[in-house]
Design a protein around this ligand. Structure first.
Ligand code: NAD
Length: 504
């Protein structure tokens, strides 16, 4: 067994249900987690069945009644302890992320750092869950807002950020006074179990077991149970647009709340006056980093006609020399895709692109070695091609040209998704135009920075089919609480609002 698995308390067969400590021998099927680096099994997980789900929810609900009464700064102390444990286990956890999901170690470390950063942010937030005070129109009345905890919330996460996405939700929700049930992706159950092991230790020390709970199970069974559960006021779900549509509908049907973080189809515009060296590096990282499996990965680039030819040649050279290999080895920049299914999706997308008249400029195949390795691929395409309109979760970059900035912005906005966007330019006019109301329609719009790699301090999320949710920094915490408006009358009269009289 590898050292990092032992350090994180993972065994040959692990429980996939965390309630108050681990549920021993949950009743669901056994799930084997494979590393995409070699295709070998890493460890097994005994998944939760419906009765384990009930055990987990009961623990989270029981804890909520007590947890919500702890003052928010005291709740923050638990989150601080989780952050410190994540710091202590940063290296082994990062290695596990690389080994189970395939991203390179530096990105694995970045992911755990993001979880630590959001814990720090949440600790500060625990003293700042501010409500507004308004002036009442009535004499000797006071009107204000306060924010109360919501209850036990559901967190559904994607495979590509198997630690950080949980943390964006969980660290904030915990200081807001909620308890939570986490359903991770079945492609990365061990990362979730390693995190739950950390949480279990901290919860025991702070006497708050049931605050962070876990159910590993299929989306179609345990996932469906969670999203249809009327005891869960909020489902925060990260994943594909298809999954988001399903979850959004199910939660809306019971008039629950959903916070959706779905797929992107992110573009970079490169103007003729841009610093092309910077643009090239940003696009290379955005499109090839995490093997094209970030929600913010760069999928389309629009190059000004005057620079397109040379720029594409340089980009092709960069693609052809990028080190692909074991994500844990120093020097590797592109690791494997998550599994064989992901490679199949990529190859199908490339076949469709060709059938629609696109031209493959480099890459396009598998890498000849064991594991799920592919060649990052550049394709000359048109924005109106069906395949370009979709998010293929793979390192495929569609290259297109434009003549005017208006045309480039219209093309960048001309897809159903609206997550991340960027422009490279040295013109103040172009950058302001891009960031204005008539510019990018995405939740994230950057100037001289690529589409991928957001900081936690800002609210993260996207528009249109990306789902409209916002997580992480700024005032995203409000999604995890309920707002109450209070009006308090300290006069001896009973005036009605808007001057209405009702004298009996
Ligand atoms: P996915 O949609 O296949 O699965 C995401 C999660 O949803 C998994 O845990 C899955 O088990 C669960 N799920 C699926 N059907 C469900 C159902 N009916 N009920 C409850 N749960 C269900 O996505 P994936 O392949 O794991 O991740 C890749 C996708 O996630 C991409 O589209 C990517 O853009 C998106 N993503 C978005 C963000 C963001 O913040 N916008 C971040 C990361 C990933």
């Amino acid at each position: 067994m590898r050292d990092f698995l032992r350090d994180l308390g993972l065994s040959g067969v692990n429980s996939g249900a965390g309630a108050r400590g681990w549920v021993e021998n949950p009743g669901g099927d056994e799930l084997t987690s494979l590393t995409p680096v070699t295709g070998e099994p890493i460890a097994k997980v005994r998944q939760a069945d419906e009765s384990d789900y009930e055990t987990v929810i009961a623990a989270a609900q029981e804890r909520f009644v007590e947890w919500r009464m702890r003052p928010a700064p005291i709740r923050g102390e638990v989150v601080r302890a989780i952050g410190n444990e994540l710091r202590k286990h940063k290296r082994p956890l990062a290695k596990l992320v690389s080994w189970e999901m395939g991203k390179i170690l530096s990105e694995g470390e970045g992911e755990v750092q993001e979880a630590i950063d959001i814990a720090d942010f949440a600790v500060g937030l625990s003293r700042q869950l501010y409500g507004l005070t308004m002036h009442s129109e009535r004499e000797r009345h006071r009107m204000y807002e306060q924010w109360h905890p919501l209850g036990t919330i559901g967190i559904v996460t994607a495979f590509n950020f198997p630690v950080a996405v949980w943390a964006w939700n969980a660290m904030i929700a915990a200081v807001c006074g909620d308890t939570m049930v986490w359903k991770p992706s079945s492609k990365t159950p061990l990362c979730a179990i390693a995190v739950q092991n950390i949480c279990n230790r901290v919860m025991k020390e702070y006497d708050c077991e049931g605050l962070f709970t876990l159910v590993v199970g299929r989306g179609s069974t345990i996932g469906e149970k969670l999203i249809n559960d009327e005891r869960i006021p909020l489902i925060s779900a990260t994943g594909s647009c298809r999954m988001g549509r399903r979850i959004g509908e199910a939660v809306a049907r019971r008039l629950g709340r959903s916070l959706l973080e779905l797929g992107g189809n992110n573009a970079v515009i490169v103007e003729a006056d841009a610093n092309l060296d910077m643009a090239l590096r940003a696009i290379a990282f955005g499109a090839m980093g995490t093997t094209g499996q970030r929600c913010t990965s760069t999928r389309r680039i629009f190059l000004h006609k005057s620079i397109a030819k040379d720029f594409v040649e340089r980009l092709v050279r960069a693609y052809e020399s990028v080190p692909i290999g074991d994500p844990l080895e120093a020097g590797t920049l592109v690791g494997p895709m998550v599994d064989e299914g992901a490679i199949e999706d990529m190859m199908n997308a490339l076949a469709q692109a060709k059938s629609e008249g696109a031209e493959i400029l480099c890459g396009g195949g598998r890498v000849d070695r064991k594991g799920c390795f592919v060649q990052p691929t550049i394709v000359r395409a048109r924005n109106d091609m069906k395949i370009v309109q979709e998010e293929t979760f793979a390192p495929i970059l569609y290259v297109m040209e434009y003549e005017t900035l208006d045309e480039a912005i219209a093309l960048q906005n001309g897809v159903r998704q609206g997550l991340s966007s960027s422009i490279f330019t040295s013109s103040m006019y172009s950058s302001e135009r891009f960031l204005s109301h008539e510019g990018s329609d995405c939740g994230i719009a950057n100037v001289n920075i690529g589409t991928s790699g957001a900081e936690i301090g800002g609210a993260f999320g996207g528009e249109k089919e990306t789902g409209g949710g916002r997580e992480a920094g700024s005032d995203s915490w409000k999604a995890y609480m309920r707002r109450q408006t209070n009006t308090l009358n300290w006069s001896t009269d009973l005036p009605l609002a808007q001057g209405v009289h009702f004298d009996i």
